[in-house]
Design a protein around this ligand. Structure first.
Ligand SMILES: Cc1cc2nc3c(=O)[nH]c(=O)nc-3n(C[C@H](O)[C@H](O)[C@H](O)COP(=O)(O)OP(=O)(O)OC[C@H]3O[C@@H](n4cnc5c(N)ncnc54)[C@H](O)[C@@H]3O)c2cc1C
Length: 490
């Protein structure tokens, strides 16, 4: 069977591998000159930067692709498990680090935050584990939109244990009850940003996110995040997948309610199945203009976006690690500014990712490659040039207050990514990083399904559809959609 995939984001690549392994003839059309979409890299004056994702969890989902292709994953893609997941800095001088090992974490809580009894901290992580085990098999690993998937042991278990999921409070409501310690309250609320949501609105159920980082672990690919893209792209080519770059799909061809191909640069290419890895919003609005769009789904609130400065820094900082967070003083106001005022907060939480800490050739000697990111609203036509200029000043001042160093004199090279350029480079609607936000308890049900119910042969994968954004969920969407296609065309 011939399958055409629109886009070579992580979900498009993973789907291509799965479908090629199932014996299909797969062709990928990609608008950019390179694969990977958001998971790409940039070079600047001797520095290399991973341009998008920096936090890597559930690497076994990448390994699975190699195993499926009959290969040993470690021969092609290697990664290490981090001992320390992140350093946290507060304006009042408080600092602590998150460790995977529970004894080390307990010591850190005692020494840095004066917490003698770490039980509530670990109880919250155990609860995260239970919630993940109860919900992942239903909400993450399967299509939510095929009736037969609802009649399973997993669904039955989920229903029996509904009380443990806390469906009626927000993430913040639960965390502020458990953690009177301000630093831990901020710490647990931050996990809402892992899918671009607001902890003051997102359901407490998403307090399961720390399970991935703390209990399972966070990882770093030895050759950098972009090696995830590079290695699975190589695997797809080896399996015979055909790639066409600088090939923007202009239209999905539909005949008698069947998707039968795509139009690229005015030329029609035919297939039995079309799988779109393009954001669902422009897939309907640009590629299927004659088809009635599911507007209720498309109008759901989108996730936050990001403003990133890629700085080549002329110094090595001993107190920084791979992942570092400089917290705002007022998290509530920061999220209100992003999600309600649609602007950038005056004291933003700053994330600094430095891959040269582990991959030394990412920066010249005695230098570091800083990926400096703040959460910002998605693109609603704000005056970004002004917002970015102001934000840069505030970011530099905050780093200088925290690290007691004149950082502006250390910046050797700079590139910037903002919601507008994210949208232009990846076609992600409004430059949202994760498709829809999870700011209400129905969000999981209001993501687009992985197939069209009106046009046969049309399927969807990637961060804007079920089960959502972020590398692990995108890899799951590839798994779900490939199974749907195999089941439908058995
Ligand atoms: C700055 C940033 C930081 C992030 N941090 C993390 C993180 O730390 N951890 C994490 O897990 N996730 C993170 N994410 C989210 C993660 O990157 C995404 O969820 C994931 O990469 C999306 O993959 P995707 O398969 O949906 O495709 P995308 O990456 O969105 O790619 C879609 C591809 O389709 C192509 N395309 C679109 N339209 C067409 C067309 N008409 N014709 C041909 N090709 C087309 C695009 O050019 C693009 O290559 C981050 C994202 C960003 C931007």
């Amino acid at each position: 069977m011939k399958v055409i995939i629109i886009g070579s984001g992580i979900a498009g690549l993973a789907s291509a591998i799965r479908l090629a392994c199932a014996g299909h003839q797969v062709t990928v059309f990609e608008a950019n000159a390179y694969p990977g979409g958001k998971l790409s890299e940039i070079y600047s004056d001797g520095f290399r930067f991973d341009a998008g994702p920096s936090l890597f969890t559930l690497p076994q989902l990448v390994d699975e692709l190699y195993t499926l292709a009959g290969k040993v994953p470690q021969d092609h893609f290697s990664y290490l498990r981090l001992v320390k997941s992140c350093n946290y800095f507060f304006e009042d001088g408080t600092r602590f680090s998150a460790f995977h090992n529970r004894e080390e974490m307990a010591e850190e809580l005692k020494n840095k935050l004066g917490i003698k009894d770490p039980t509530p901290f670990f109880n919250q992580l155990d609860k995260a584990n239970i919630r993940y085990q109860l919900t992942a098999p239903i909400f993450i690993e399967k299509s939510l939109h095929r009736l037969k998937n609802h009649f399973s042991i997993e669904t039955f278990k989920g229903i029996l244990n509904m009380g443990k999921l806390n469906l009626f409070e927000s993430m913040n409501q639960e965390n502020e009850k458990i953690f009177t310690n301000k630093y831990l309250h901020f710490y647990f609320n931050r996990f809402a940003t892992y899918n671009g949501s607001n902890p003051y609105q997102t359901p407490a159920l998403l307090n399961m996110i720390p399970h991935l980082e703390h209990n399972i672990g966070s990882y770093f690919p030895i050759k950098g995040m972009y090696s995830i893209t590079q290695s699975i792209f190589d695997l797809a080519k080896e399996l015979g997948v055909e790639f066409h770059f600088i090939s923007k799909v202009e239209e999905i061809l539909v005949k008698d309610n069947n998707a039968c191909g795509v139009k690229v640069n005015g030329i029609e290419f035919f297939s039995d199945v079309v799988l779109s890895n393009m954001d669902i919003h422009p897939t309907y609005k640009k590629l299927l203009p004659k088809v009635k769009a599911p507007n209720r789904i498309l109008k759901q609130e989108k996730s936050s976006s990001a403003l990133i400065f890629y700085w080549g820094i002329n110094k090595v900082f001993g107190e920084l690690d791979l992942h570092n967070i400089l917290f705002t003083e007022n998290y509530k106001e920061e999220f209100d500014t992003i999600f309600t005022k649609k602007s950038i907060y005056k004291d933003p939480t700053i994330y600094i990712n430095i891959t040269s800490k582990l991959k030394h050739d990412d920066a010249p000697k005695d230098c570091e490659n800083w990926f400096v990111m703040i959460n910002v609203p998605n693109n609603q036509g704000q005056d970004w040039d002004k917002l970015i200029k102001d934000a840069k000043t505030k970011i530099i001042q905050k780093i200088e207050r925290t690290l007691k160093v004149d950082i502006s004199n250390l910046i050797l090279t700079e590139q910037i990514l903002d919601p507008r350029t994210i949208e232009i480079k990846t076609s992600s609607f409004a430059g949202a990083l994760y498709g829809n936000a999870s700011n209400n308890r129905y969000a999981a049900f209001l993501r687009h399904k992985n197939f069209s119910s009106t046009i046969s042969g049309l399927y969807f994968c990637g961060g804007s559809v079920h089960p959502g954004g972020g590398i692990p969920l995108c890899l799951n969407s590839a798994k779900i959609v490939s199974k749907l296609i195999s089941d439908d065309y058995r």
